[in-house]
Write a protein that binds this ligand. Structure first.
Ligand code: SF4
Length: 283
């Protein structure tokens, strides 16, 4: 919705496009909190008017809904949608680099005990989910390929179960320990259609020296941390076909570029098909 409301290239929550007296910068936290309150009131009025009582928003026992309570939502986007299609994910996907610098940025320094903690927790949960999904795919007979396949198999075989989604304070240490296992933490990268078995020294996306996660939005082909499954190969071909169809409708120079991208994706899929092995096969 915000992408449609706000002109391309401008802040999604820019004051200029959200009917405030300020004409520059982003909406302030106080304004956003009032907007959230008004939005809840509007939903409840609509629900009452249309007799949709099941869709009203009840009072929250923890107090009003305000921006500080969305930290985990932001962390979810940062951890799970690197460079995703949603503008929020794109903005905060890049934001991760700033946050991972941890000591160098003003935001990082100021919020060290806040967003970093939540981000570590959400990243660990996302990485564990990725490893668990890979384990299930392998158990169902999918094959795996890529220079980091062996490390991914190790990660999938030792994935812990983080039951539920209520995160006690003590979980933060667990999450940090989990992420610190350089080389066997798996990051799903749905945009690049691969799993990244992140090992800092191998990473072509040039993460910061102390980073515990890759810069997924800058994923580069040929990286030694790459892992693919049969599902990725199928999706690579589907995306290549989609690009081909799009190329047919576009002017020749753009079309040529898309076709060459499509060829690159098919080569990656062929490479998988010719080198993939099952989890049981000797390596
Ligand atoms: S370049 Fe390598 S380390 Fe970086 S996201 Fe891609 S696969 Fe992972």
């Amino acid at each position: 919705m915000l992408e449609r409301i706000v002109p391309s290239g401008e802040l999604l929550f820019g004051s200029a496009h959200h009917f405030t007296q300020d004409r520059a910068g982003a909406l302030k936290a106080g304004t956003l909190n009032i907007r959230i309150k008004d939005f809840v009131t509007w939903i409840n009025d609509e629900a009452a008017t249309k007799d949709l009582t099941g869709q009203s928003i009840p009072d929250d026992p923890h107090g009003p809904i305000n921006t500080s309570r969305f930290r985990r939502t932001l962390a979810w986007h940062i951890a799970r949608r690197p460079g995703g299609l949603v503008a929020l994910a794109i903005q905060y996907g890049h934001m991760r680099t700033v946050l991972d610098a941890r000591t160098s940025s003003g935001y990082g320094t100021r919020s060290r005990g806040g967003i970093h903690t939540v981000l570590d927790v959400e990243s660990a949960l996302a990485a564990a989910d990725t490893a668990a999904r890979l384990r299930d795919l392998l158990a169902a007979g999918e094959r795996i390929s890529g220079p980091a396949a062996q490390r991914a198999l190790t990660a999938a075989a030792h994935v812990p179960r983080f039951e539920g989604r209520i995160v006690p304070r003590t979980f933060v240490h667990k999450a940090r320990d989990y992420l610190a296992r350089d080389g066997i933490v798996l990051f799903d990268n749905p945009d690049a259609l691969l799993i990244c078995a992140f090992k800092r020294d191998n990473a072509l996306c040039e993460p910061d020296p102390g980073a515990n996660s890759p810069r997924q939005y800058d994923c580069r082909s040929g990286c030694a941390n790459t892992v693919r499954t049969d599902t990725h190969a199928r999706l690579l071909r589907a995306r290549a076909d989609e690009l081909g169809r799009l190329a047919d409708r576009l002017p020749p120079p753009v079309g040529r570029r898309l076709r060459s991208n499509a060829d690159r994706l098919r080569v990656a899929a062929d490479t998988h098909d010719s080198s993939a092995q099952t989890a049981e096969a000797p390596r």
